[in-house]
Design a protein around this ligand. Structure first.
Ligand code: F6R
Length: 609
């Protein structure tokens, strides 16, 4: 999704902005641009396609200046092109604006501005903003303040102007995040802290309805109606090194291999094995309040939604409380049945997903307490929730979520054990036994990854398939959905996840030797039933890739390929099942020559509806 960077200080802004912009490439984009105040002129350079193309343009027509803004755009209004790329400017080329989000009322605004004689050069919703500012008098912050009063929608803006060449103005309203960074030789603006980490880790997030003026005098923070805000910067816990590839060919592969560490860090310091308790310092809910919860609603999108579906099984098993799972974009418009006795748990890697934030606001407006399971400290979701359970996966750069997913599963296991203890549905002994098994998962995940070479060969058998079916039952059904999502998003092979028992109700019609079936069939309560489903596939000449238990002797005779999982509790096993599914998708995609870290049409953080 779109990315913003800005710089004002004592150094040449151009190279700094380009360096920061490259660190936003992982988010997915289709055009890019940069704008700099050069002497008394505003210089804009924009191009469609990758940042390398923008660099080529800058090579031919360089820019120099001490204040600038830059942007990676993911097309919403108007196709990807140089004209639609940000920054956008006004008729007199005096103001430049970069924008994340959507201006809902851009059409009437544009019509009104055009009738006043303003000329537009793009199809974007953004371009109304510089024209609105142009039509206001006074200092840039006053003109901006007046202009944004006209806007409806969610937006984060970075603005520079010839009127006030020593200022960079930042505005946030609604979803998209915006962060100010404090470095010794200048001030930064960004929508994603990882873009500016080589320069500073001291950051300040703008809240909704706030505006910041960055200048040689420092940062002036105020609300839209002019009230001064006094807030101290915080320190980002990641460094720039942590956000790089570390010798792996792709971020996705690095992140798959980081999972033992990510799960260990997520559980670390929280599980009290002696007491059979879980300590969740920031949950924001006392044991008494947890005991009174009569219903839980889990809301999330995409891979985080799959984590929620696994979470439902674990929470219902350990806490004996009804759990409902909803896709956030559906939940927020239903209207949902939620009350103060319902606990809402919102799950999001980024903490900036617009639909998940919308669902949280919906729940809170109906009196429900909200706990966020989130990977980004200080994200909008963390700030808007009553409590937070951070996953400590570290920055996830690959667009396809991997280590954030398994860390979410571990966090939900912790939450369920904590809740089960608070509600008296889980004994200290059972909690202790589960926590011991959870503490051993990183070791088992490391061993499994050590045997992962076999998945290259199995993944290569998927490479030429037009369609792949993933089957699972019970707590493994969400893993079938997740395996299918991973494959389709990075390899562009059509894939579907199904509860294995549903096969005979329709999808079995698809089975022939050209449609591989990935059967998640670990031993456990539903093993025999899943095995029958595998036999149904074989009886129709289907090719089966089985993800099975290490000591399962039967499966080898029924499947074409078998990848084996170590033994652990059935409730915790999905964490391990995820790994071979991620690697199957990764290898198939790499062998097809796909850009696994930045799949087409996808964005890392979906901050618009
Ligand atoms: C898939 C993927 C997406 C995200 C979804 C929610 O690999 O990454 O489906 O899971 O966009 O994002 P978060 O978790 O940041 O709310």
């Amino acid at each position: 999704m779109c990315g913003i960077v800005g710089y004002i200080g004592t150094r040449d802004a151009g190279p700094i902005l380009m360096d920061c912009l490259k660190r936003l490439e992982y988010r997915g984009y289709d055009s890019a641009g940069v704008g700099v105040i050069q002497e008394d002129r505003l210089e804009l350079r924009r191009s469609a396609g990758k940042i390398a193309e923008l660099e080529r343009v800058l090579g031919q027509r360089p820019v120099r200046g001490r204040a600038g803004i830059a942007h990676t755009r993911w097309a919403t209004h108007g196709r990807p092109s140089a004209a639609n790329a940000h920054p956008h400017s006004d008729c007199a080329s005096s103001v430049a604006v970069v924008h994340n989000g959507i201006i809902e009322n851009h059409r009437p605004l544009r019509r009104a501005l055009e009738s006043q004689g303003h000329r537009f050069g793009s199809q974007t919703d953004t371009e109304v903003i510089p024209h609105l500012i142009e039509s206001r008098q006074g200092e840039i912050e006053t003109a901006t303040q007046e202009a944004v009063r006209e806007l409806e929608g969610d937006y984060a803006l970075g603005i520079i102007s010839r009127r006030d060449p020593g200022k960079l103005v930042a505005v946030r309203s609604g979803g998209p995040p915006l962060i100010v960074g404090f470095a010794p030789d200048g001030l930064f603006l960004t929508s994603d802290a990882s873009a500016i980490l080589p320069y500073t880790r001291e950051v300040l997030s703008l809240e909704e309805g706030e505006m910041a003026v960055l200048s040689g005098e420092g940062v002036r923070l105020a609300t839209f109606d002019g009230r001064t805000v006094d807030r101290s910067p915080t320190r980002v816990p990641w460094d720039a090194e942590t956000a790089q590839k570390g010798g792996f060919p792709h971020f996705m592969l690095k992140e798959i291999w980081e999972q033992p560490r990510a799960i260990r860090d997520t559980c670390g310091g929280r599980a009290d094995l002696e007491a059979g308790e879980v300590r969740l310092a920031d949950l924001g809910l006392e044991a008494g309040a947890l005991a009174r919860v009569r219903r839980i609603v889990l809301v999330a999108c995409g891979t985080s939604w799959h984590a929620s579906l696994v979470g439902k099984h674990v929470l219902e098993s350990l806490c004996r409380v009804p759990v409902e799972v909803d896709v956030a974009s559906e939940y927020r418009y239903r209207p949902p049945i939620v009350d103060p006795e319902t606990l809402t748990v919102a799950i999001s890697q980024s903490g900036e997903t617009a639909d998940t934030l919308g669902a949280v606001r919906e729940s809170r407006s109906r009196g429900s307490k909200v706990v966020a399971v989130c990977n980004v400290v200080g994200s909008s979701l963390a700030r808007e929730s009553d409590g937070v359970l951070y996953t400590h996966a570290g920055p996830e750069i690959g667009v396809a979520s991997t280590k954030a997913f398994t860390s979410q599963l571990a966090a939900l296991d912790l939450l369920a054990i904590h809740l089960g203890r608070a509600r008296g549905t889980l004994s200290p002994d059972s909690a202790r036994a589960l926590l011991r098994e959870l503490a051993d998962i990183p070791r088992l995940a490391g061993d499994l990854l050590g045997r992962a070479d076999a998945l290259l060969e199995i993944g290569s058998t998927l490479r030429t398939s037009a369609s792949v079916l993933y089957l699972g039952r019970g707590i493994q059904y969400p893993l079938a959905l997740e395996g299918a999502l991973k494959l389709k998003e990075i390899s562009y092979i059509h894939a579907e996840g199904y509860p294995a028992g549903e096969m005979k109700h329709g999808p079995i019609a698809l089975i022939d030797r050209t449609v591989p079936v990935v059967a998640i069939a670990p031993q456990g309560r539903l093993y025999e039933k899943t095995l029958s489903n595998v036999e149904e596939v074989k009886a129709r000449d289907g090719r089966v890739i089985a993800i099975a238990s290490e000591d399962d002797r039967e499966i080898a005779g029924k499947a074409d390929h078998v990848f084996r999982l170590p033994r652990t509790s059935e409730l915790l096993l999905p964490i391990l099942t995820a790994l071979p599914l991620q690697l199957l998708a990764y290898h198939a995609a790499v062998l097809r020559g796909c850009d696994v870290d930045q799949p087409r049409n996808l964005a890392k953080s979906v901050t618009v509806e």
